[in-house]
Design a protein around this ligand. Structure first.
Ligand code: ADP
Length: 392
């Protein structure tokens, strides 16, 4: 019994006492066995709880750090070291104040460790050259053994949210700005007409012509905005039905619908696409994407040049290329032309009836087809926009 009790004291919970001579000893042995069993069960339960807590912490997107009263890191999850851009091992046992030099974070730590709980705030850190925006919330943590309370700090990375917020704000500002110009112009000409220009028939006709043109610009802008909003909604809901289609009719119709505009500038549009080429597409939308490219090719080309539309199967993908011999786009603009309202030459785009949304819409449509869009351009020589789609 002495030997068994010693093993138990050393943590061996598999010990069992058996076959004791007297009844008293037998009773004692049964109790010792019950203690060993109960202890083993409790340890299993504590271990399970610890594993559960660790699994929860590990699966969290938020960074969680437990600190003692001196702000020394006691525990942290993987997300915390990822967000801070610091090694797990380099943080553990170190002061969080020393590891992360941010006045805003230090303020939050000071407040929570002084008993003000919870302490919250926004903190901007630099991680691998990028600004990371964090929402930080720290709560007091009473640690039974440690006497003075420590804290749990939760880091929530809101960089993406902030960026979306900025984009949304910029977009609203851009839309308002784009609308104000034609509205101001319409208002101005109507006032001029009311002030007496109506009496001069030639002037009146000219002004009404301008008013009509500005109203058409507003209409084009609103149509493009609605198209974008619709695409975003359907894209998010993955509600864009794609069906197998012969490609040539989609392209031929697009060319046909812009025949007059091309002829007005003596621009020849050549289409090469074999009859048996099949695509997986929403035909109306794919045609809209090609139309936007064709409109641009016509708008940004000099008269008496040529446009070529070539479609074919590459190694793995289906390509639709629209090539013009127009003014081209300087390399520094190439990355940005797919952004909403981005234009290389504002005045020229407006004169051509552009809204600055055409390529943004095209890109959205192509993405809804699980494809991508490429551009290759030489200033003064021409541009080629290529839609690349997965094979049908
Ligand atoms: P916009 O309505 O102004 O044409 P887009 O989104 O279609 O708007 O195009 C964005 C900008 O990209 C245009 O303003 C123009 O500067 C440039 N761009 C687009 N296509 C061409 C092209 N084929 N040749 C030259 N520049 C182009």
């Amino acid at each position: 019994m002495q030997a068994a009790a010693d093993r138990l004291a050393q943590g061996d919970l598999t010990v069992r006492l058996e076959g004791q001579a007297s009844r008293e000893l037998h009773g004692l042995a049964t109790s010792v066995n019950a203690v060993a069993l109960e202890l083993a069960e409790r340890i299993r339960s504590v271990t399970r709880q610890k594993e559960e807590a660790e699994a929860i912490l590990a699966s969290m997107a938020e960074g969680v750090i437990a600190l003692d009263a001196q702000a020394t890191v006691l525990r942290l999850n993987q997300a915390a070291s990822d967000i801070l851009g610091l090694d797990h091992g380099r943080l553990l046992g170190r002061s969080l104040r020393e590891a992360v030099r941010s006045k805003d974070l230090h303020d939050i730590l000071d407040r929570v460790l002084a008993g003000q709980t919870p302490a919250e705030g926004e903190v901007v850190l630099r991680n691998q050259g990028n600004d990371v925006q964090l929402q930080v919330r720290a709560t007091s943590l009473s640690h039974a053994a440690a006497g003075q309370p420590g804290a749990v700090v939760v880091l929530h990375d809101v960089t993406r949210l902030k960026r979306l917020e900025t984009m949304r704000r910029d977009f609203a500002a851009n839309v308002s700005h784009e609308m104000r110009t034609p509205i101001t112009s319409i208002k101005g000409f109507v006032e001029t007409l009311l002030d007496g220009a109506l009496d001069d028939r030639a002037d009146a006709e000219r002004f009404l012509g301008i008013i009509l043109q500005q109203a058409e610009r507003l209409n084009a802008l609103i149509n493009d905005l609605l198209a974008l909003a619709g695409l975003e909604r359907d894209n998010a809901a993955e509600a864009m039905p794609l069906t197998r289609q012969p490609l040539r009719p989609i392209l031929a119709e697009a060319v046909q619908s812009r025949a007059a505009a091309a002829a007005a500038k003596q621009i020849a549009v050549d289409l090469q696409c074999s009859d048996d080429l099949v695509c997986l597409a929403n035909p109306g939308l794919l045609q809209q994407a090609v139309l936007n490219l064709l409109d641009n090719a016509i708008a940004y080309s000099e008269p008496a040049t040529a446009i070529a539309i070539r479609a074919g199967l590459g190694d793995r993908d289906l390509h639709i290329a629209v090539a013009d011999q127009g003014r081209g786009i300087a390399p520094e603009h190439l990355e940005r032309i797919f952004e909403r309202f981005y234009r290389v030459d504002r005045a020229r785009s407006r004169d051509a009836g552009g809204t600055g949304l055409g390529l943004a819409i095209t890109k959205h449509i192509v993405q809804a087809h699980k494809g991508r869009i490429l551009v290759d351009s030489t200033p003064g020589k021409g541009s080629t926009f290529t839609i690349v789609l997965p094979p049908a």
